[in-house]
Design a protein around this ligand. Structure first.
Ligand code: NAP
Length: 357
């Protein structure tokens, strides 16, 4: 570990989001080195980060103040992406606020909160738009805004959205093809002629902007808010992108949100297995996707909150679905998810045979 580099503590560093962020933070001639907080220093992904990027490890949970304080000690920066799907909404809110406070107490100079849009607030607290990960992250974002103006720690908020990489799992084509061989993207993204577009952020774009934020800190007393997205894409455009890249015929078949959720084999499983709070009981994966899909698609909520011209001016290499498919050799198979917590292959959608007619 080089002693003259500024340490950035990454919480969530072994995760799908954290790994490319770390790669970007230490990329060529970087002034930064990385330390991660992980619950298991012996996990293969933690060991890989040590081997590839020389990361330093602090073992412990984000729910343990002493572990977070140790991870922040002597660090210049912190990049914090908390996992709603292990913590649950209530614990994430607490842990996010504590991460801010403990980073402040440790003398961290620049705190970056990896957030999602506070859609509950912008929909007048209508619970139909209250997805747990958006709720917890949005509330911590509000807390940071309320504190940062008085403090010495610089604060930034990176606002992302659904990963493009989930095209290899929950948004992959259904397992069966039509009788003419066409691949079927069956998704609740509106009628084929509706002009609705689903928001996707590619992980390399999150990584680019995470590094960009540390290279371009805000001035004291202001919070730098950076809402990003890679591409908003309609169902027909998705099928066309697949055809362009693979040469295979593909069709988009619109579903209602209820039909899509009914086809997910894990719909009745609890959202966050470790969440013991009373509110956790109502959150199955089915309810989660119903609520989330509404805020992604219904009134194109996220489209309103993104300045794509600005995003592309800062990052001309912003990913498109078509470029991502080419770069990853995408073949439409639902395989192993990019998420650390979902290490098994994504199960096939169920009850979708009628879509082949
Ligand atoms: N899926 C998406 O499309 C998407 C898009 C934008 C934002 N997000 C947000 O990203 C978050 C999940 O991150 P991810 O996508 O990187 O998932 P992931 O690949 O499953 O990784 C989860 C990360 O959280 C860490 N973690 C979980 N519980 C922890 C604890 N108690 N203490 C310390 N670290 C803990 C894990 O670290 P260890 O296992 O090493 O301890 C791991 O690094 C979610 O809250 C979600 O809202 C997801």
């Amino acid at each position: 570990m080089s002693s003259n580099k500024k340490i950035i503590t990454v919480i969530g560093g072994t995760g799908a989001q954290g790994r490319p962020v770390i790669e970007a933070l230490v990329a060529a001639a970087s002034p930064f080195s990385v330390r991660i907080l992980t619950r298991d220093a012996n996990h293969a992904l933690a060991k890989e980060l040590v081997a590839k990027y020389g990361v330093e490890i602090v073992e412990g949970s984000v729910l343990d103040d002493a572990a977070v304080a140790k991870a922040c000690k002597g660090a210049y920066g912190a990049f914090v992406n908390l996992d709603t799907f292990t913590l649950g909404e209530v614990a994430e809110l607490h842990a996010g606020v504590r991460a801010y406070e403990l980073a402040c107490a440790a003398g961290v100079k620049h705190f970056v909160w990896s957030s999602l849009d506070y859609k509950l607030k912008s929909n007048n607290y209508d619970d139909r738009y209250g997805a747990p990960h958006y709720n917890a992250k949005g509330r911590v974002w509000e807390f940071i805004k309320s504190q940062a103006k008085d403090g010495d720690m610089l604060c930034s908020v990176l606002v992302t959205g659904p990963y493009m990489e989930s095209l290899g799992s929950i948004y992959a084509p259904i397992g069966q093809r039509k009788s003419d061989g066409a691949v079927v993207f069956a998704l609740p993204w509106g009628a084929a002629d509706s002009n609705l577009r689903f928001p996707f952020i590619a992980l390399p774009d999150i990584a680019f902007f995470a590094r960009w934020i540390f290279d371009n800190p805000p001035s004291k007393g202001t919070v730098k808010e950076v809402p990003i997205m890679s591409q908003f894409i309609s169902g027909p455009e998705l099928a066309q992108a697949f055809q362009n890249v693979t040469g295979q015929r593909a069709v988009y078949v619109p579903q209602t949100i209820d039909e899509y959720v009914a086809s997910l084999p894990f719909k009745d499983m609890p959202l966050a297995a470790n969440d013991t709070s009373p509110s956790a009981k109502k959150w199955t994966w089915g309810r989660f996707f119903t609520t989330s899909m509404r805020l992604w698609i219904e009134p194109e909520q996220l489209l309103r909150d993104r300045d794509m011209a600005w995003i592309k001016s800062v990052h001309p290499g912003t990913m498109t679905v078509e470029r991502w498919m080419k770069a990853t050799g995408y073949d439409g198979a639902a395989g192993k998810d990019v998420l650390k917590r979902w290490e098994a292959a994504t199960p096939q959608r169920v009850g979708v045979e009628h879509l082949l007619e």
